[in-house]
Ligand binder design. Structure first.
Ligand SMILES: C[S@@+](CC[C@H](N)C(=O)[O-])C[C@H]1O[C@@H](n2cnc3c(N)ncnc32)[C@H](O)[C@@H]1O
Length: 440
């Protein structure tokens, strides 16, 4: 570094930006390609918010032939501030190639990939930053937040849902010995490993979220089952026979059910699997899935769904904003069933097609009271002997799946003996339940 460059750097570092900028300009008037002066002046302009002008200087600095990794890193920051994400990523990559032992450009690159929606690349960048400096707090936080935005937190409660696990295991043990199994939706690998342990000849299990699939493959190997369980990091509807799976499977296992049964896309996944991935008479686990319900009342629940008088004020116009359905763990909210349990919709999973549809139901009121809507829970017929449901119970169903309450437009005072007519429909992804009338 020449004495002039050194002085400009000292001025910059001591916060004398104007003097530093003047000195840089003087250096550049004699040597316009000077890397240090272009870099420093670019940085000063960037600090002053003149990002576009700063960009020109930083570009000249890196084109000078004396570019340092830091110059590329700062160029990346300016490009990012100007919204040129692709060029900013390239600049950080140049910085990393020139100085792979610096964790900061790796962390910054991860942030850019995350912002660009390239989540797997972001994970890799944060992991590399942590491989260089394991205690880099920024990369630790970035990686953790990214994982939790990609991997739904319900995985933990789900894996601990003993009733769910036991029901699947019972059906798996009966169906899979000596069979080729396909699982849709590996998660951490629990059901795939159960299938292998229960005597399946081969288990192919696909998982749409690649970071989950990668981790599941590690877990399967850790449990000594890598020879018999193959994790395919793909959405089932992207699997092709012959390319992704050698032969059609004889048993399909899937637990891709949401609280409203359908919105993880189970119906299109099954149609695709029957057409492309399964033998003609393949067994599905579960065999059938139902949306179950009862008429529901109870003042504590009513307060979650409606508002009328509070203190001496009338708030009823606010009810128009209330959601038509609300996810509620009914085990922990006092409520009163006002009818017997009814099957609202049932899906036989061996069917080849699941067109949208619905049905009208007449539900006899068994207990008088104020009815707020219909509670929904799910019932899985794993096979002809084993069922699972998250029906709310007084003692707590201990299910990880919460329930859903489909709210009527207004509370309805009902008497035992009358009948409410409702329609339950599905559009292959969502279930809707609407009140159509009452019969005294
Ligand atoms: C509810 S979890 C179940 C995980 C595991 N099978 C278990 O029961 O412990 C469902 C998983 O399936 C994945 N998934 C959902 N639909 C899928 C599809 N069509 N193809 C591949 N993966 C899917 C989700 O990303 C999620 O990780």
């Amino acid at each position: 570094m020449t004495p002039g460059q050194l002085r400009a750097k000292q001025l910059y570092e001591s916060g004398h930006f104007e003097e530093a900028a003047q000195l840089c300009r003087a250096i550049l008037s004699a040597d316009e390609r000077n890397a240090e002066a272009n870099h420093l002046l670019g940085l000063i302009l960037y600090r002053q918010g003149q990002n576009r002008t700063a960009l020109g200087y930083l570009q000249r600095a890196v084109a000078s032939g004396a570019a340092t990794p830091r110059m590329y890193g700062n160029l990346g920051a300016v490009l990012n501030s100007l919204g040129d994400l692709g060029a900013a990523i390239d600049a950080y990559r140049q910085a990393i190639t020139r100085d792979p032992a610096n964790p900061w450009p790796l962390n910054n690159l991860g942030v850019l990939y995350r912002n660009a929606g390239q989540l797997d690349a972001a994970i890799e960048a944060f992991r590399r930053a942590l491989a260089v400096k394991p205690d880099l707090a920024e990369a630790q936080v970035n990686l953790r937040l990214l994982y939790s935005s990609i991997v739904p937190q319900w995985h933990f409660a789900m894996m601990h849902d003993r009733a769910r696990n036991d029901a699947y295991e019972a059906a798996i043990r009966r169906a899979v010995p000596g069979k080729r199994v396909l699982e849709i939706g590996t998660g951490a690998g629990l059901l795939a490993m159960m299938a292998a342990q229960s005597g399946a000849t081969q288990v192919d299990s696909c998982e749409a979220v690649s970071v989950i699939a990668q981790r599941a493959a590690g877990i399967v190997a850790r449990n000594g089952l890598a020879q018999r369980v193959r994790i395919i990091p793909k959405r089932s509807t992207d699997l092709q026979p012959g390319r992704d799976i050698a032969q059609r499977a004889e048993v399909l296992i899937t637990e891709t059910f949401s609280s409203n049964l359908l919105d993880e896309g189970i119906l299109p996944s099954l149609e695709h699997a029957h057409r492309n991935l399964l033998t003609a008479n393949a067994v599905t686990i579960p065999a059938a899935a139902s949306a179950m319900g009862f008429l529901i009342g109870g003042s504590a629940l009513g307060e979650m769904l409606f508002v009328d008088r509070i203190k001496s004020f009338d708030f009823t116009p606010f009810n128009e904003f209330a959601p038509p359905r609300l996810v509620i763990p009914l085990d922990s909210v006092a409520h009163e069933p006002l009818s017997a349990d009814i099957e609202l919709l049932r899906f036989d999973l061996s069917q080849r097609e699941f067109p949208m549809g619905g049905r009208e139901l007449a539900i006899p009121v068994t207990h008088g009271g104020i009815c707020f809507g219909v509670a929904l829970w799910i019932k899985l017929d794993l096979d002809s002997s084993t069922q699972y449901s998250n029906r709310p119970t007084a003692g707590g169903s201990n299910s990880h799946w919460p329930n859903i309450v489909y709210r009527f437009p207004t509370p309805l005072t009902v008497a035992a003996g009358e009948t409410l007519r409702i329609v339950a429909r599905h559009d292959r992804a969502e279930i809707s339940i609407d009140l159509i009338g009452r019969q005294k």
